[in-house]
Ligand binder design. Structure first.
Ligand code: NAD
Ligand code: GLY
Length: 369
């Protein structure tokens, strides 16, 4: 088992990564409990695959379990399910000193984490991420929340988990498309700050996809190390944490345009967004044309979505997408903010990106559709 620390003073916690972790969940979680019971919130797909084994592992340590399964999918991250989850936790008589368990992908982690943040003005929670995306990104760092009609993740709270258990064995049941979506976030870490990691991904990405356990452990651990370091230095995104949004300004507009539907998964949007961010960086003369070409070549070699053309169905045009970016919460004083790069592994925050350059990149992307 690898351990990565998120250093946040009295809210510090560990991310534990390895095979067989859910089988040890009782042993790992028991030290956090003041009374031996937990409430687990998951989604129906994950419940069918992993809830009974997890429950058995907890009960083996004398921990009583109650559970709620919400519907799977991005649409679950809404007000109605937040209300249902929070009221269910109240019905379970979860108290301030208890621990809530979020078992699932980023949707469950974000929703349940937010519910824990507002329940009795904040109860502790443990993240048990079951998708690659959740293991490398969403379970770490304390961003929680839901989507609203106005946009994605616009309502939420910073609420750090007390522990994260990333069991790489559970990734074996993840459909390939969801695995590759999470891989979009893995690539993001190389692109934003670790060129050597990106080199390794170019080489070993196929082994990671094929299920090589050692390669998966390394990919998850290095990603978590990078995120934990950034979050420890800048928890509330005053500066460096914004780098984690590489590709996300494009991604959020595309997700909104596709109605947060199966047409585009979050990590797919991140991958397309990273390719567009490198294209934009190159057009602005920040890096050579070889850099976006290399990004695109790796995504393509992994069988991932790379272009706007890879999104099925109709999309609004460049100007409408730019308007959707205007709804993004990263807009500062009405200006669009992008994370750009001077090369692979060298991302930075750019507040003064000319709108014409963004429009030109999108116009060309649509021309290729
Ligand atoms: P998800 O939670 O919807 O999971 C994807 C699908 O995989 C779901 O259908 C789920 O039921 C299924 N699934 C989960 N684990 C499985 C397993 N082990 N085996 C089989 N099926 C499994 O989506 P996601 O990609 O994990 O997360 C996306 C969400 O994460 C978005 O809402 C995004 O905004 C959020 N996010 C949050 C942060 C953050 O910092 N909080 C960061 C990145 C993304
Ligand atoms: N996924 C972006 C962040 O956690 O800040």
């Amino acid at each position: 088992m690898n351990r990565v620390a998120v250093d946040l003073g009295d809210r510090s916690y560990e991310v534990r990564i390895g095979p067989g972790l859910f089988a040890r969940a009782g042993v790992e979680i028991a030290p956090l409990l003041r009374r031996k019971r937990v409430a687990i919130v998951t989604d129906a797909t994950v419940a069918a695959l992993h809830l009974s084994a997890l429950t058995a592992a907890l009960e083996a340590e004398g921990i009583a379990v109650s559970s709620l399964a919400l519907p799977p999918g991005e649409a679950t991250k809404n007000w109605a399910n937040l209300a249902q989850c929070t009221e269910w936790l109240l019905d379970q008589k979860v108290e301030r000193r208890d621990v809530v368990v979020a078992l699932g992908g980023g949707v469950i982690g974000d929703l349940v984490g937010f519910s824990a943040a507002i329940l009795r003005r904040g109860v502790r929670f443990v993240q048990l991420p079951t998708t690659l995306l959740a293991q490398v990104d969403s379970s770490v760092g304390g961003k929680t929340g839901i989507n609203t009609a106005q946009g994605k993740n616009l309502v939420g709270a910073f609420h750090q988990p007390s522990l994260v258990l990333a069991d790489i064995d559970v990734l074996t049941t993840l459909p390939d498309r969801d695995f590759l979506s999470g891989y979009g976030e893995v690539v993001k870490y190389g692109l934003l700050g670790d060129a050597v990691f990106f080199d390794w991904l170019e080489r070993d990405g196929p082994a990671i996809r094929a299920g090589d356990a050692a390669a998966r452990l390394k990919a998850v651990t290095r990603s978590v190390e990078m995120k934990a370091g950034i979050v420890s230095r800048d928890e509330t995104e005053e500066g460096e944490r914004a780098l984690l949004n590489l590709g996300h300004t494009f991604c959020h507009a595309l997700e909104k345009a596709t109605g947060y539907s199966d047409r585009l998964l979050h990590g797919e949007g991140v991958a397309i967004g990273c390719a567009l961010a490198f294209e934009l960086s190159s057009r602005l003369g920040l890096c050579s044309q070889e850099e976006p070409s290399r990004v695109r070549a790796h995504l393509k070699a992994m069988g991932m979505k790379v272009d706007i053309a890879d999104i099925a169905g109709d999309l609004p045009g460049p100007d409408a997408l730019i308007a959707l970016m205007g709804q993004d919460k990263k807009v500062v004083d009405g200006r669009l903010r992008f994370i750009l790069a001077r090369g692979i592994g060298q991302a930075f925050v750019a507040d003064d990106v000319p709108g014409d350059a963004v429009r030109a990149v999108l116009t060309d992307a649509f021309r290729n559709r």
